[in-house]
Design a protein around this ligand. Structure first.
Ligand code: AKG
Length: 302
């Protein structure tokens, strides 16, 4: 694993802990941004069962590094894991990754949401590392609600089927959840969409942030390739759209976990567990460290 172009400063670590997100300027060498661009293009040209159009032309892929060798190389050998670990000040395990591919032209938005409610995982040491192969001015890069990682609230994922349209399906889901079954099976890795799950009636809906932007403390940045944007797994965030760019806006987001992260069987699960986790029978509260073959330790402090 290579080291970042410069160390992460104490000020940046404090900003992450306070705001729930920080933009680290100029930490990745060009070799990594080139690899990122090639890896994203490969994933885009080789869609699999987890490549989904949410609102086309935005394409979101789950676990893209699993089939894009250059993205896997980025995860294994770039300084991203070390950057995350130096902010967590703790050993780091890899959880999963996603691609958000927005072609040139009018850039599609990504809706306001929290990440962790989509996954069977919980803890205060979940960090997303967001990198983009293209310049992303503030109008199309990530935005967060400053400090919302500390609100201690889990919102409903904003995508899924309306429970009112399929009461029978919801009843079956509730029964499966009560039996402790995982709501999304391994077959989802072959064929999956965000609309296979129901909107979870057990969680509060997000407020209308976009319609009331002045009521919220929104933090955003101008992003350049070579920067790494870190944000907390529980933070409320989005990416704006509506701006027309002459180039695509291709981002990759990887999710990393420290020791205080555990498995949690969620009714709001919308994204399948990592494929190797289906070989086990994880229980609520089990630390990810119990599954080292699924969640390998990738970095630890010296
Ligand atoms: O890149 C984007 O447009 C959205 C990224 C995002 O929401 C995420 O990484 O969770």
């Amino acid at each position: 694993m290579s080291t970042p172009l410069r160390p992460v400063s104490e000020t940046e670590i404090a900003a992450f802990n306070r705001d729930g997100a920080v933009l680290l300027k100029g930490v990745l060498a060009q070799q990594w941004t080139d690899l990122l661009a090639e890896g994203l293009e490969y994933a885009h040209d080789h869609p699999d069962g987890m490549s989904a159009g949410v609102s086309l032309p935005l394409r979101i892929d789950q676990f893209p590094a699993a089939h894009s060798p250059k993205l896997q190389e980025l995860l294994d050998h770039s300084p991203i894991a070390e950057i995350v670990g130096s902010v967590l000040r703790a050993p780091v395990r890899f959880y999963m990754d996603q691609m958000f591919y927005k072609p040139a032209g009018p850039i599609a938005p990504s809706a306001w949401h929290q990440d962790t409610c989509y996954y069977n995982v919980e803890g205060d040491q979940l960090i997303r590392a967001w990198v983009c192969a293209d310049p992303a001015p503030r109008e199309v890069s990530l935005e967060v609600l400053r400090g919302s990682h500390l609100w201690n609230i889990t919102y409903r994922p904003p995508v899924g089927r309306d429970p009112a349209e399929d009461p029978q399906g919801v009843a079956e889901l509730e029964a499966a959840f009560a039996r402790g079954e995982r709501l999304i099976g391994p077959e989802a890795h072959q064929q999956w969409t965000y609309f296979d799950s129901f909107l979870d009636p057990g969680l509060p809906a997000l407020p209308n942030i976009e319609g009331n932007r002045d009521s919220f403390d929104i933090l955003g940045w101008n992003y350049e390739p070579g920067d790494v944007l870190l944000f907390h797994g529980n933070i409320v965030h989005s990416a704006r759209g509506g701006v027309t760019l002459p180039h695509p806006r291709r981002s990759h987001a990887s999710l990393w976990a420290g020791p205080r992260v555990h498995y949690l069987h969620r009714r709001s699960q919308a994204i399948p567990d990592p494929i190797k986790l289906y070989d086990y029978d994880p229980k609520d509260g089990q630390p990810l460290a119990d599954f080292p073959e699924v969640f390998p330790l990738v970095w630890e402090p010296a």
